[in-house]
Design a protein around this ligand. Sequence first.
Ligand SMILES: NC(=O)C1=CN([C@@H]2O[C@H](COP(=O)(O)OP(=O)(O)OC[C@H]3O[C@@H](n4cnc5c(N)ncnc54)[C@H](O)[C@@H]3O)[C@@H](O)[C@H]2O)C=CC1
Ligand SMILES: CC(C)CCC[C@@H](C)[C@H]1CC[C@H]2[C@@H]3[C@H](O)CC4=CC(=O)CC[C@]4(C)[C@H]3CC[C@]12C
Length: 365
Amino acid sequence: MADSAQAQKLVYLVTGGCGFLGEHVVRMLLQREPRLGELRVFDLHLGPWLEELKTGPVRVTAIQGDVTQAHEVAAAVAGAHVVIHTAGLVDVFGRASPKTIHEVNVQGTRNVIEACVQTGTRFLVYTSSMEVVGPNTKGHPFYRGNEDTPYEAVHRHPYPCSKALAEWLMGLLVCGGLPLVTCALRPTGIYGEGHQIMRDFYRQGLRLGGRLFRAIPASVEHGRVYVGNVAWMHVLAARELERRAARMGGQVYFCYDGSPYKSYEDFNMEFLGPCGLRLVGTRPLVPYWLLVFLAALNVLLQWLLRPLLLYAPLLNPYTLAMANTTFTVSTDKAQRHFGYEPLFSWEDSRTRTILWVQATGGSAQ
Ligand SMILES: NC(=O)C1=CN([C@@H]2O[C@H](COP(=O)(O)OP(=O)(O)OC[C@H]3O[C@@H](n4cnc5c(N)ncnc54)[C@H](O)[C@@H]3O)[C@@H](O)[C@H]2O)C=CC1
Ligand SMILES: CC(C)CCC[C@@H](C)[C@H]1CC[C@H]2[C@@H]3[C@H](O)CC4=CC(=O)CC[C@]4(C)[C@H]3CC[C@]12C
């Protein structure tokens, strides 16, 4: 008798499937989801790498579309059994307007939910963010927290506001008693192959003669998680939503793995060090008040230059506050609820990331 893996082939849709995380989710599904019959990859900008996937045994359909356009989303969702919604506008640097961030992250998510309800898709996994919780505007540390840790979540920045609203929309469904089963995954800062900010730091270090200068105290700890493990968690959550609907429906899960807790800069050095960079200083070389001043100056410059060009440096009051606030998670909720174990050890994750930085960091890719 054919087993159920062969009997029922499923249609999956990944929104934002050509982004940093989305590409890993797409590849992970193809490698690790035996019930996959068709994979729809929906994104505003389709990657050329999708072409090579089309020659494999699973039907891969590339859909160029915009999550803010309800009709485009509905057409892509129709007939899909499972939707993994990772599309989002990740912007904490002032590149996009608050309105655009809201449209993509909130209205886009609303469109995905409505399309699922209208077309009868039953399972939806949403990529949320740790930013739904914090760090908050008051700079309170979140130390080894879990999904139930009390924390004063206060947002002002458009990005965390939008992610919090979108996650809240997901929660509404549970109260509404709809047949759609959802869960939200909250990655902390993701790293790994394809991580743009890591590459930016590497290039900056190369420009500075192989050095980076410590700006944030080493005692401020950040939770980071490897992109392959975040992708695996999405694939597993999507698979298990059906079997464990009563337990998982409406739940939120932090994404975690064995990556060590370190400051943002020290963590990056785990990869940039073996690529030849050095972090200068055991303590910050620039006083904090000067960073605050420079961050405020960047906001002013961004505003003054806006009519001429887009000036969006890494340092602004929001990113400084983030980098300077401890936020680490310690939880086993995903393990308890759907059997998640990281697929990649810290050593594997580190090696893969180093190889990627070495291969592409200096090139224009
Ligand atoms: N990068 C990180 O450290 C973290 C990311 N996240 C979340 O993970 C998700 C993926 O983020 P990344 O892969 O880092 O970002 P990314 O920018 O690399 O990927 C996002 C993808 O969404 C697509 N997209 C944007 N607007 C769209 C639209 N209107 N219609 C269709 N597609 C659109 C983009 O073209 C891109 O391919 C986002 O929802 C983000 O909020 C959550 C926590 C941490
Ligand atoms: C010396 C500077 C002050 C260092 C600046 C570092 C910042 C650019 C980054 C520090 C913390 C990062 C954020 C954090 O990892 C959590 C995130 C979650 C998301 O959902 C999206 C990305 C990000 C906001 C991430 C962005 C870069 C930092 C602010």
